[in-house]
Write a protein that binds this ligand. Structure first.
Ligand code: HEC
Ligand code: HEC
Length: 325
């Protein structure tokens, strides 16, 4: 099947080049092989192995252990689970996985303009989107999460990415993402699970979500990566509606993914938890082009940074020798 045509521009280019060289393109597809994470059958029966298992457990059932009513600690401010976004404990290609995460930290982080360890980065997600308090760096829970991520990517090369570990790069639509069109996509494709008011659906005991919330006080905050249109659109394009879309076989068009991401993340209509501490890109050169609040290094209006069109901003950055984040 020619699924590669429906995905990223890079894949498309590979396939097009291929079709110029050979007529039998359907049998010689050049989709790069996505990297395969370690298999849980390979978890060792020793101290490290038990930490890895606990780390995986924490990613799958986060609120049970460290949620507002957690059995171990009460670090999180909401009852979302890491795996609501880092799908299947960070093992899904183009699903915010952890394939090469251990190999790429410590790394420079633009948001703080500092070098962060993997544990610091875990705590970033605990503070935002989980509205929580950082885990102690020497807590069993932090060590378990980092051990799991290390184990998952144990065959990766220090400092290097592997194919499929990053959000799928989508071609920017030529127009701004449109929240009104996005609402129609939401009603047709998302509402049954995520609810009329984006509130999601709790399990019977109200201890975790069957379907996580997309906005409102129990959802992620402004300034979470999912609040950025390009990140959310890429995730949605490859993974939603759940059990229907995959990165090989997306259900929405790229424009629909941008529109619905814009609808979900439109702060004019959808409230989010209040954020106390805002550390945002001390060095504006490294600020993502779709970050929804200024200041910016360029003079494009805030609304264009939020919803696009992103192409003119991207071109401006390239012209000025700046990297696109
Ligand atoms: C609402 C969605 C969401 C939830 C819930 C969430 N994260 Fe994240 N997390 C993200 C996004 C989006 C990124 C950025 C991914 C990217 O840009 O590739 C990220 C990045 C990370 C990274 C850095 C990965 C890398 O390779 O750079 C780590 C580690 C991480 N999260 C850990 C966690 C942990 C642990 C939890 C649970 C306590 C958690 N996250 C919960 C959305 C979420
Ligand atoms: C069949 C039910 C279902 C449908 C339909 C569905 N989702 Fe989801 N969605 C889920 C589940 C379940 C998760 C959490 C994944 C997990 O825990 O494995 C999720 C996670 C998400 C997340 C990340 C977590 C969060 O709360 O921020 C976003 C964003 C999202 N969905 C957007 C959408 C959009 C947009 C659509 C429509 C195009 C959609 N979903 C359709 C079930 C669904």
């Amino acid at each position: 099947m020619l699924f590669v045509y429906s995905c990223s521009s890079n894949l498309k280019r590979d396939a097009t080049q291929q079709s110029n060289n050979t007529k039998k393109q359907d049998t010689v597809l050049t989709e790069k092989t996505v990297w395969k994470p370690n298999d849980t059958l390979n978890i060792s029966n020793d101290t490290f192995g038990s930490l890895v298992k606990y780390g995986r457990e924490l990613l799958l059932n986060t609120p049970y252990y460290i949620g507002p009513n957690g059995t171990v600690s009460k670090n999180l401010g909401n009852i979302m689970t890491c795996s609501n976004c880092h799908l299947s404990a960070g093992t899904v290609p183009f699903g915010f996985n952890f394939f090469s995460s251990h190999a790429r930290y410590p790394q420079y982080r633009a948001r703080e303009d500092k070098i962060l360890t993997l544990a610091d980065r875990v705590n970033n997600c605990i503070e935002r989107p989980h509205s929580g308090k950082p885990l102690a760096l020497n807590s069993k829970e932090m060590i378990a999460i980092v051990s799991y991520i290390k184990w998952l990517g144990s065959k990766t090369i220090v400092g290097e990415h592997v194919y499929g570990d990053s959000p799928m790069p989508l071609d920017f639509p030529n127009r701004a993402a449109n929240p009104e069109k996005g609402e129609n996509v939401y009603i047709a494709q998302c509402l049954t699970c995520h609810g009329k008011s984006g509130e999601g659906k709790l399990n019977e005991k109200n201890t975790a979500y069957i379907y996580p919330p997309l906005w409102g006080p129990q959802s992620y905050q402004k300034g979470s990566s999912m609040h950025r249109i390009t990140k959310a659109a890429s995730f949605i394009y490859c993974n939603m509606p759940q059990k229907v879309a995959t990165y090989q076989n997306p259900k929405l068009s790229v424009e629909e993914a941008f529109d619905v991401a814009a609808f979900i993340n439109d702060d004019r209509i959808h409230p989010r938890p209040y954020e106390l501490k805002i550390i945002d890109y001390p060095n504006l050169k490294h600020k993502p082009i779709d970050f929804g609040t200024g200041p910016y290094i360029d003079s494009f209006p805030q609304l264009q940074h939020k919803f696009g069109p992103f192409k003119p901003i991207k071109d401006w950055y390239l012209k000025h020798g700046l990297e696109i984040h």
